[in-house]
Design a protein around this ligand. Structure first.
Ligand code: FES
Length: 104
């Protein structure tokens, strides 16, 4: 069974950046925003060593972790520094004007 989290209306999502959302009952936060017209939702912690990604550097659809500087492509989750690491991306849907994120 899927665990879905309601982010709110699309207009509440930041454009060109990511905001951190706390999900009740889930250990890690979710990062979400509208990047190049696409709603993106990812895990809010780095797959390298679990550093919070909020405040990471965002450029050209890639997020650089504030921990050790690894860069992740938000379109794919791929890591430019270590191919074995993937930033988890979540499926996003819009229902009746509300944006939902599917966590599992
Ligand atoms: S914790 Fe993110 S690059 Fe090391």
């Amino acid at each position: 069974m899927a665990l879905k989290f309601r982010l709110g209306p699309r207009a509440a999502l930041p454009e060109g950046t990511l905001a951190e959302f706390v999900v009740e009952g889930v250990t890690w936060p979710v990062l979400a925003g509208v990047i190049d017209g696409e709603i993106i939702a990812t895990a809010g912690v780095c797959p390298h060593e679990d550093v919070r990604l909020a405040g990471g550097y965002l450029e050209d659809g890639c997020l650089t972790c504030p921990g050790h500087g690894y860069t992740f492509d938000l379109r794919t989750g791929a890591c430019a520094h270590d191919p074995s690491l993937v930033l988890r991306r979540y499926r996003v849907s819009e229902v009746a004007g509300e944006i939902w994120v599917e966590l599992v």
